[in-house]
Design a protein around this ligand. Structure first.
Ligand code: GLN
Length: 268
């Protein structure tokens, strides 16, 4: 499938070779099956969002996600400002930018550095290895993040952001710039498939009783305004990112991840 195009609203993403393609399955025993460009490190982007939502659930319980962020699909694009104005929840759900920036702001931390370290440590825990930020991606996105800055400020205006807006924007943008490869992403999904325990390291990331709530939000909003079509055809709770990553979870069995920079019009 050669339809679609690299994201280019984050300028550096337009320079990633469009023909890269990798696919990986990790099962709940940590066994890896893969093919293609699975070692290429790309930016995690929005595929990070369910995992930071998991951090909030682990820290504060699933009620915090429901009441302080929201769990209703918006039916609108991932970066919608209209959704903030028309829905009383404002932030929608943790899969769209507004809800994901709100999630970062909810992390209990004394400083920006601590907030970032908690977010990074959580993503690393799901991946089962240490990860680093693709600094060029961070700079490229942060320098052009006027839309997300508007979202952070709108949420703050409505009392639906829980930390300083610019700090929340920076930590969110850093989160999106973490470099992962396709196998890392499948391992992150496999942690959800395995009751919240990383199959490689044995680290417990999310209590198993909260996995259904997290997968519910992925199922209803993981593809933004195409979530219905995705569930209709694929039927698996999934999340995409504009870096070209996608992960799907088969609960209790395995996760499947793929990487291909070309996106459709919804950014999936
Ligand atoms: N960092 C990206 C943004 O905020 C993430 C969007 C995405 O992957 N859909 O626009």
């Amino acid at each position: 499938v050669r339809d679609g195009a690299n994201a280019d609203y984050i300028p550096i993403l337009a320079t990633v070779p469009s023909d890269l393609f990798g696919i990986a399955i990790v099962d709940r025993d940590g066994k890896v099956y893969s093919a293609g460009d699975v070692d290429y490190a790309f930016s995690i982007q929005s595929v990070s969002k369910p995992f930071t939502a998991a951090l909030i659930m682990a820290q504060q319980g699933p009620e915090a996600v429901r009441t302080k962020i929201g769990v209703e699909p918006t039916g609108l694009p991932f970066n919608s400002k209209v959704a903030i104005e028309i829905y009383e929840e404002r932030s929608g759900n943790p899969m769209v930018n507004a809800g994901a920036i709100a999630a970062v702001s909810l992390v209990e931390a004394e400083s920006e550095e601590e907030r970032w370290q908690l977010v990074l440590d959580n993503i690393e825990g799901f991946a089962g290895k240490s990860l680093s930020v693709l600094e060029e991606v961070y700079t490229s996105e942060y320098e052009t993040a006027w839309g997300n800055r508007a979202i952070a400020n709108l949420l703050y205006n409505y009392g639906r952001l829980y930390a300083d807006p610019e700090e929340s924007l920076r930590v969110y943008t850093r989160q999106c710039s973490i470099g992962i490869n396709t196998i890392d992403l499948a391992m992150m999904g496999a942690t959800l498939a395995n009751g919240g325990v990383n199959p490689r390291t044995g680290r417990a990331m999310l209590p198993p009783e909260h996995i259904p709530e997290l997968l519910a939000v992925m199922a209803t909003a993981g593809f933004y305004d195409e979530s219905g079509k995705w569930m209709y055809s694929a039927g698996l709770p999934s999340k995409t990112g504009v870096g070209g990553g996608i992960v799907s979870v088969v609960p209790g069995q395995f996760a499947i991840a793929a990487f291909s920079p070309r996106l459709n019009e919804a950014g999936n």
